[in-house]
Ligand binder design. Sequence first.
Ligand SMILES: Cc1cc2nc3c(=O)[nH]c(=O)nc-3n(C[C@H](O)[C@H](O)[C@H](O)COP(=O)(O)OP(=O)(O)OC[C@H]3O[C@@H](n4cnc5c(N)ncnc54)[C@H](O)[C@@H]3O)c2cc1C
Length: 424
Amino acid sequence: MKRIAIIGAGQAGLYLGISLVDAGYAVTLFSDRTPEAILNGKIMAMPLLFPDALQLERDLGLNFWDEQFLGCDQFHNNLCDPQGNVALVVSSTLEKPWRGVDQRLKLSVWMQEFVRRGGELVVQAMTLQNLEEYAQNYDLVVVSAGRGSFSTLFERDEQKSQYDQPKRHLAGGIYTGLKGDPMKGRTFQVSNIPGAGEMLQFPFYTNSKDSAYTVAFEAYPGGAMDRFGKVQSGQELVELSKQVIQELTPWNYETVKDMELIDEQAWVRGAITPTVRKPIGRLPSGATVMGIGDTVILHDPVGAQGANNATKMAHLVAQRIVEHGNQRFDESWMQEVFDEFWQYCQHGHALTDCLLTPPAHLQEIAIAMAQNPEVARDYLNGINNPPNLSPWFFDPEESKKYLAKKTLLNSIEPEDRPVAPIAG
Ligand SMILES: Cc1cc2nc3c(=O)[nH]c(=O)nc-3n(C[C@H](O)[C@H](O)[C@H](O)COP(=O)(O)OP(=O)(O)OC[C@H]3O[C@@H](n4cnc5c(N)ncnc54)[C@H](O)[C@@H]3O)c2cc1C
């Protein structure tokens, strides 16, 4: 039986570990924290998953919260002028729900599930030295330690990494007590304010009995929203979040004015430099390990791609491990699997890039989305599966052609339309 070591019990590591245990592998998962420490600790993110990643979780029987929590069924995008007035609204019903579950709850439950299904969980903060040891004792060592840890082990891929500093400063928390129209339905709401940033609000599942929401900010460095850099406590974040909303989008203040964090640890702030790394880590002895998830492909969360990707990458790696049978997991195998994933993931990367640094043609697309539900639907399906956005979303000329076809399509009565889709 092949022995696989996985470093880091996050979205990628646990998904991979549970897949491989189910497939009959001997898997050891190293976590720097116990399930209890994760459950009672500070949040690291508030990820929302889209239908394809949710389906992968469901396929593994890891969708423990589907019945209690229906997730978002509406998308509502306020495109504001620089003063914060809503200039354009893109509103659409989601074909399948989007869901976000507090990672502290999810990962701690998944860790227990991994052990219940036969995996070995070792609580140990791994070092490079430990990796040397385990690279000798296991057939494959996969590093899924998220952002930060082991970044020196995986060389930055200069060709795939455009940025050397963050494009947004992030802050957010998980709250109860939101009220008013935007929160009546199960709405994912994002408001874009030119030069200031994006504000996000969406229902989120937590251990708390009250219904909870994420309220998050993606602030342009130095812009009017960029006020969270010195926040030291949850209470400070709450007060400042309310102030920023009151000043920048007063029409949204009523909704948040009584909100409270679900607990003192339910907040986060920071900044991410989007970075792609080479997937093979070479240890001083010459042994190699493979990186997955944020360890090697790190996005700014503005396009909500990170945890979705981590799941999809873990799924692909699990499939390729099984198919590889008894052969050695050498460098060329690791590179091939990464390259195969990059074929998919480059589009999510391009999407994030477009949202971080919006090109001029995005404005035309936004106007079309507000007017034509089919364009909005194509965009939302593209967030779920970013290759669907290529090339029309990324390339100005292709975008023109796509929008021209959609306008044409819109002028034809539904019953007279050609059976095959005109665009996409
Ligand atoms: C504010 C914010 C909002 C986000 N929103 C979204 C969103 O809406 N949608 C989305 O898809 N993504 C989102 N993301 C990104 C998403 O959270 C990450 O991409 C995803 O969690 C990555 O999964 P991972 O398994 O690679 O890493 P992680 O989930 O970070 O897991 C890594 C694990 O490894 C452990 N670890 C670290 N070092 C060691 C060590 N030395 N030894 C042992 N264990 C170690 C860590 O404790 C952690 O448990 C968001 C991120 C942030 C910061």
